[in-house]
Ligand binder design. Sequence first.
Ligand code: EPU
Length: 337
Amino acid sequence: MSELSPLLNDFTTFGVAAKAKSVHALTSTAELHQFLKSPQSEHSLFLGQGSNVLFSSDYPYSVALVRWKGKQVKLLSDSEALLIAAAGEPWHELVMWSLDQGLGGLENLALIPGSLGAAPIQNIGAYGVELKDVFEWCKAVHRTTLAERTFDAEECGFGYRESIFKNELKDQYVLTEVALRLSRNAHRVNTSYSPLQQWFNQASLHAPISPLDVAKAVCSIRRSKLPDPKVLGNAGSFFKNPVISAQKAKELSAHYPETPLYPQANGSFKVAAGWLIDRLNLKGFKLGKAAVHEKQALVLINSGGASGREIVDLSKHIKKRILETYGIELEEEVTIY
Ligand code: EPU
């Protein structure tokens, strides 16, 4: 377990300046146990790649970086395999590695920044697929008792960018390992998400579409509208797409017939927050050095040297405008400290 400089600037994709009491890189689960037994672990924060976190000020306790690695494939049958990997594996590299092994299932989730251990916590999703669709189990260590527990998909209580680890069990467990059920030989690709469908229509591929083709398409679409965090600090979508009642959806489309609405199984509707923000002409809007991305209004960026506070102020401004205009309350997807 090595102690690093307490500066957090390089440990979140927003790249804002902040300081912790101390920062510890944990490169094995033995080091995790050692850390959890130490006094620094009290109120500490575990960070993967920091792609969904914003520090609005200094963090008064310790930060532990999840850096333990390792991955293996267990064949289950001719058509299925389990990919079992350590929480510190970088997500996109794992996706590309799984495709290289001839495994399918993660292709729609290519290029999502972050680490494997964080993926179940907010049930990452993109282009018609969510982590829960391939999730088999995860192992976790309780932060105070150090007891190990395995959670299956049902126990994780997955929802839209939600799981038990953000709710009832918030800050209680550290995920150590995750198993994903993937396809081999007989793949069933999902190109139902309309921008993906359009991409394949234009590409006019004749051979059957492979998982790797889907990953390439997803990467190309993402690169065309989402800023690379290495170039412009950001954490992907800053807000969740709000879920509204059928009545509210009816009122909204009466006022704004072109509102993108997605019907949910329980009769409610998800509304595209990016569209709501964009309609207020807020793309490119700046408050200090924080800005709304020019190509995707749901993404807030650090245009260079922004403080976490400036980004939070920008998000408050957007929330206020959305509430005043549409009577809808936006909820952050990003966790703010
Ligand atoms: N839209 C606009 N203007 C904008 C942004 C979006 O009009 O500035 C419209 C689009 O034209 C489209 C609709 O809003 O009709 C939805 O946009 P998009 O397909 O870009 O997806 P999103 O709902 O904004 C969600 C996820 C993304 C994920 C994409 C693709 C959330 C909060 N965000 O974004 O996830 O990559 O779908 O599946 O659910 C993330 O969670 O960090 C993230 C990037």
